[in-house]
Design a protein. Sequence first.
Length: 428
Amino acid sequence: MSTSPTPPSSAPQDPLLRSLLAALDATPADVPLRLHVAELLLAAGDAQAALAHAAQVLALDPASAPARDLVQRALAPAPPPSPRPEPDPGPGGAATPPAFDWDRAEADLGPLDASRLAAHDVEDGPDPDATTADLTRPRTTLADVAGMDDVKERLELAFLGPLRNPELRRLYGKSLRGGLLLYGPPGCGKTFLARALAGEVGAQFLSVGLSDVLDMWIGGSEKNLHALFEQARRNAPCVLFFDEVDGLGMSRSQTRSSGMRTTVQQLLAELDGIASGSPGAGGNEGVFVLAATNAPWDVDPALRRPGRLDRTVLVLPPDAPARRAVLEHHLRDRPTDGVDLAPLVARTEGFSGADLAHVVDTAAELALRDAVRTGRARPLTDHDLHAAWRQVKPSTGAWFDTARNVATYANGDGSWDDLVQHLRRRKR
């Protein structure tokens, strides 16, 4: 069947439409292409040209339903424009502006995302049934922590012993409520110890960071903090762990922000169990509050008074067994060849766990560099590890310099006796 040439179009044509019309001239029997061109012309306002193309499609395929539908739409009259209301003359004959048409404005704008326009209403507070942080049940226990026997013994006497002996606890009137402050140089495993402690007691673990508490709205931080404690109380026994607590419970004498002051006051009230509606020890029964910080001297003294975070545990850089375990852990999934860790363990005293991980990463980079240079992969050797050890400096030195000043000039109440003893042993 012969086809007539492509009908001209009076509508302005963009480059794409011109290309499609040229293709249609080359293949006039291409029904899908002709229907597509007709749709574009109709959308551009050239109903006459669209109708001509639809007619040619019907000539090729009289039963084409899309072509029949296009013909009906092309022949349909255009809707008349909506008349604008005439201004209503006022009492003095002056025209008054028409009232704003909200319905028409909403139709022009389309659907809106109400959540972007909703104001933050602090008065309502957080939903008490909503989960504010992720609860986990760690499988790690203190048996998984290599070395650090002094820390484990301190945790056993101050925390785990009363829990494992309920009869003795009742005899001595010891509550399950507890607060423990882990402090020491950064990268020495305070967070890992907190998880291991939760796994040891078989409790839920709720880790809280600054972003979980601090809020830009007045009163929001206090409500977030209350919601976290309520979540821990509902899921008791629960270990509620505050990482970098010095950022949340900074000494009120060092901050000028009224918002931070009220946040510290809310934290004090939650630790006392007053804000839960059940004053006294019963408010936090079964909630073990742990906190970690690299700067305990910046924590508000009221947080460390008896009944709150009153027990402190110094978490020092890993000892020799712990250093070996850390190195073995980071070498576990890497190819090695006859590595003897004993000399490296002896030379890395004072290195934090993060420093030891950096030593292994640096050794892997050295081996990778040789593999790229020679085109042959090779395992990590003692030479790589010792070369990396020479490049990596322990990061705990600056912390001990600050700690030495605090232990020397700010230990009038004996708060840092364990730190003083360690510094003396370290000096010897």
